[in-house]
Design a protein around this ligand. Sequence first.
Ligand code: PGA
Length: 248
Amino acid sequence: MRYFIGNWKMFGEPKSIGILNKINKFVNSDKNNNKYKTIITPPFTLLENFSKLYKNKKTSIGSQNCYHKDPFSSNTGSISPYMIKSVGAKYTIIGHSDNRAEGDTSKILKDKVNFALKNKLKVIFCIGENKIQKSKKQTFNVLRRQISRVLDKKLNVNDIIVAYEPIWSIGTGKIPETGDLLKTTKFIKNVLTKIFRNKKIPSVLYGGSVDETNVSQFKNISEIDGFLIGGASKSSKKFIDIIKNYYR
Ligand code: PGA
């Protein structure tokens, strides 16, 4: 199973449901639709409405983040996994580099993952090295640390998706070289195999400047189980073309 996940970030208003409707209409009619799953993560403001409207549709709804306390607390402006689940969302992104940059540590992320899973949200856990770490050849160490400090073998692999998003490629139009990406994806899967100690491990996605043109460069890397798509997911045409071109 492949995943095409659209992360809208700080984008969207009630009428943006039109984008989702177009994407879902395509998925419904696509002959390849048994090979993949589509998920959109709108901002919190749209979560309840979109989740209700998409309760029984092929495309699922998730949040872009969640708070590390549950179910209620006195943290102004924060939204807990329980609250996200209560409005019908099924997934949550955790550990996006935007949120790591704003202070999310591995300890905080571990609490977020545990509370999300406790509330039966599936977790899209993001990891990735920055430009300096890459240039110092620290990528593998960084990724190993990010994974092993948060995920452990008690967790159900079916409820976790790992998204590898090198920070230097997010929103920059730069994507990793195929050979590097293959090695890194294999490395991540090895780390996960060691942690979960069985044959089944979480799916591993790639994210960072994926668009309708470059997606063809990823399709021969069979280790990649799908994509986390930011900018290009705000356009139904681009998002649909990514899926079309992947299976072309
Ligand atoms: P991008 O964002 O596709 O716009 O690079 C990806 C992400 O941040 O999830």
